[in-house]
Write a protein that binds this ligand. Structure first.
Ligand SMILES: Cc1ncc(COP(=O)(O)O)c(C=O)c1O
Length: 448
């Protein structure tokens, strides 16, 4: 049974802007979801813009303005990039497409960081052409190619070398082992970071400005981040002592965990920043190094908790002694995460409140795939029925970004709620959009 008083926020992990109105209808930033469903249809991503800005501000307050890079892979939509850039974040892009979007959003190229373990010459050259501020290099071949491209343009490419720090971070713990065996970066333990430094120093087209080290995603606690910072500082000291090179920038990546369940307890960003700062201070002092500029690259932690996805229930099927199946009008095409990683997103009845007791349901989509699951044994009121609106929480990261047209479903729209107003930031695809890239055979099927 619903225990949330009307008008109160739902509590974590729901965005603070999510509440219920006097009718029991879910609201986001004061806008009722039944109105949103009527105007924009479902499925619909609904972004709490105030929370998005608040999360950006918490990060810049903790790490410093110009020290936070939004990892746009989490959700690279133009309007989201505009909001985070307005809030003073830099933007990381991991492909030519993400770079194109960031430029279209008006992000200053000098505040863009280009990533990718296998960047093409076209992507690298475009980054040089527009004057991207940092290129994070992952591989020896890339150093060679980037050097040639930069010399051809008579510029020096601003390079961070991505090292593989040898930390395997899990959600609640970390170990220093297997992650060495990665497609990303120069593996420290194999001496590849030193080799990359030597190659970089020998290239006239490259200007080395720092190092980059990222440990994983959805990482809880501070320990793995602290260990990563210490490893990076140790490397700066090693390079100073061995090569006489002093670098003054360290990008420690993203991966900060967020709550997907009420009892998940991610570390506060201020606490994380303080722990990292203390470790960096201690380590630089021990090595007699100046404190470098430290950047971080959160994606999920900026955008995931800001968003819910609104669905309409189409079918409720009770199998006595087995399960209650609740099928909605989207599924794995708008949120791959449950099918891909077994991720769990909380669900509530959104279009009304209910006094009925909760019971477990298998929340599924409309795709021709048994794996098209949005949640297993999730609690919903027993009177949930066809026509009901439901909402799933914490869907801002790696959902729309990974959306597909499987079964030729048009991808959903997204709205941003700010100041009590909903603005469309992604328009719903049309049926014509679905066939726009198809190239029909010139010969009619009957051969005539
Ligand atoms: C290099 C790099 N930076 C930042 C991120 C963002 O991670 P998250 O969204 O978990 O913060 C990723 C994610 O894979 C990444 O690979």
């Amino acid at each position: 049974m619903s225990t949330v008083p009307l008008g109160s926020p739902l509590g974590p992990p729901w965005s603070p802007g999510v509440a219920r109105d006097e009718r029991g209808v879910l609201t986001v930033g004061g806008v009722a979801v039944d109105t949103l469903a009527k105007e924009h249809s479902t499925p619909l991503y609904v972004v709490d813009g105030d929370e998005l800005r608040a999360r950006c501000r918490a990060y810049t307050a903790a790490f410093g303005p110009d020290h936070v890079i939004y990892a746009s892979k989490a959700w690279p939509t133009t309007a989201i990039l505009q909001v985070v850039a307005q809030e003073g974040l830099l933007v990381d892009v991991a492909s030519g497409g993400e770079l194109h979007t960031a430029l279209l959003a008006g992000v200053d190229p000098s505040r863009i960081v280009l990533h990718g373990n296998n960047k093409s010459d076209v992507e690298l050259d475009r980054a040089l052409e527009v004057g991207v501020g940092r290129i994070v290099v992952d591989a020896m071949e890339e150093l060679t190619r980037l050097d040639a491209l930069a010399r051809a343009r008579d510029v020096r490419a601003p390079v961070l070398l991505r090292i593989t720090p040898g930390i395997e971070a899990h959600t609640h713990e970390y170990v220093r082992t297997g992650q060495d065996d990665s497609k990303f970066g120069f593996t420290l333990s194999l001496g590849l970071a030193d080799a990359a430094l030597e190659r970089t120093l020998a290239c006239d087209g490259l200007q080395l400005i720092g190092i980059h080290a990222h440990i994983g995603s959805q990482v809880f606690g501070v320990d793995a981040f602290v260990a990563n910072a210490e490893i990076a500082i140790d490397l700066l000291a090693h390079w100073r002592d061995t090569y006489g090179v002093q670098l003054d920038e360290v990008d420690l990546g993203g991966g900060m965990g967020v709550a997907y369940a009420a009892d998940d307890d991610p570390v506060e960003v201020a606490e994380l920043a303080a722990a990292m700062r203390a470790a960096i201070l201690a380590r630089t002092q021990a090595h007699g190094l100046p404190v470098p500029k430290v950047l971080v690259e959160p994606g999920r932690a900026i955008v995931a908790p800001t968003t819910l996805t609104l669905y309409r229930v189409g079918v409720v099927k009770d199998l006595p002694g087995l399960s209650r199946w609740v099928a909605v009008d989207g599924g794995m095409s708008d949120n791959m995460r449950p099918a891909l990683y077994g991720a769990v997103h909380p669900v509530v009845l959104a279009g009304r409140d209910s006094a009925a007791p909760d019971g477990p349901v298998q929340l599924v989509g409309k795709h021709c795939e048994s794996g098209d699951v949005l949640g297993t044994d999730l609690p919903l009121p027993r009177d949930v029925a066809a026509g009901d609106l439901i909402a799933t929480a914490v869907t801002g990261a790696y959902t729309e970004a990974m959306a597909s047209n499987y079964n030729r479903l048009p991808r959903p729209a997204a709205v941003l709620i700010e100041g009590g107003v909903a603005r469309t930031i992604v328009r719903r695809e049309t049926l014509d959009d679905l066939v726009r890239r198809d190239v029909p055979l010139a010969t009619p099927l009957d051969g005539s």
